[in-house]
Design a protein around this ligand. Sequence first.
Ligand code: HEC
Length: 412
Amino acid sequence: MLKKIKQKIVEVNVDLKIDERSGEIYAVAALFETPDSIFHAAEKVGKSKYSKYDIHTPYPIHGMDDAMRLKPTKLGFVTFIFGLLGVIIALLMIGYMSGIDYRNIIGGKPFFALPPSMPVAFELTVLFAALLTIIFTLFVFNKLPKIFHPLMDTEYMKRVSTDRYGIVIEAEDKNFDKDKVTEFLKSLGSSEISLIYKFTKDEDKIKTPIFDLKFIGLLAGVAVITAIGTYIILNKVIYTTPFDWMTDQFRVNAQTQSKFFEDGFGMRLPVEGTVSKGSSQYKFKGMPDSLVKNLSNPLPVTKEVFARGKQKYETFCSSCHGYYGKGDSRLKGQYPNPPTLHSEKIKNFKDGNIYHIIVNGQNVMPSYSKQISPDDRWAIVHYIRALLRSQNALDNDFPPGNERPGEENKNK
Ligand code: HEC
């Protein structure tokens, strides 16, 4: 016997206040008693002329996909496209950021290159593939924001989610004929057959509660509460005892004020007159340079001393004076430009004069006596001498046999 159920709807959503289902027929639904019977029925429906059908069971049944002749899911392809989108966006993003918008010289490496972009590209690939697949599934396959389905609230659905197995053949199928389908399902051994109707004639026009003011308000409320909670935890709670043990220590941060000292500076200079271990006090500190002419460089002229001087010069002096002492440093324009060291003045300087300037500074150039040890200062002096010499090479500086091609060594 055909049992025709026109179901009552238990509040599917607020705007849908229909007591009877007034829509057209959605499907014929058949219940089966055992997993075996549904399996064989599925096989037969799979072989039949009907293609718009579905099987519902309370738990997964092995081999059902094959019995139903389901085609492989298209989800993999969708995910692949999203992943591809992720790579492309990542590469465009990095290309724009480090290649065009914010070019940084890092050890002379190219601004944009593939190998360092790989981690970011990988991350975005995974992110895009995962998130967009979920969103796509919800909105395209599951048809959000539509949140109801004709099978909802039917006796059929209640049974197949507890103790029965079911097949529905949808009216959308081009071979659908209510009576023929019913006969067919009965011949497969169904214990109970029902007709399922749509809620209304025009389901697409039903407003869904997703855009309901209460629902949106709830979402906004959750967002605000989460934000406030996060703010309080990250900015207040972790700075209260006992969570502040690590941050709240008795120390002064670099470059900060301190009320402890009279002058208000947190960073302190060594006590006046301090001589560090292994160094000696410079007795001409603050005195005119005419007195230092006779100081002589105690260091030998060796490769090691030059290497040391070069390293210290490039660390402490090149930022203003430039790598070759020409006053064309990378700070050019941001600090008063120093004069070139290749001047007559410096050429006539004794070693002691240069040493004196490193210790005392000169006008806007600060003293470097605290940063550079006496030996290193003398090494720098040697190196500056070498710099001066290198920029003023004479023809007979070339060892015999190494003259520039086509030129006689004039000074020979
Ligand atoms: C913060 C930038 C800066 C740094 C770093 C710096 N200098 Fe200077 N230096 C200057 C400026 C500016 C002058 C010119 C000062 C003046 O107006 O008399 C100068 C002048 C000099 C002079 C005298 C030049 C002249 O013709 O009067 C010598 C020599 C010198 N510096 C050596 C050094 C050495 C050696 C170092 C490294 C230990 C060094 N400077 C580090 C900025 C700097």
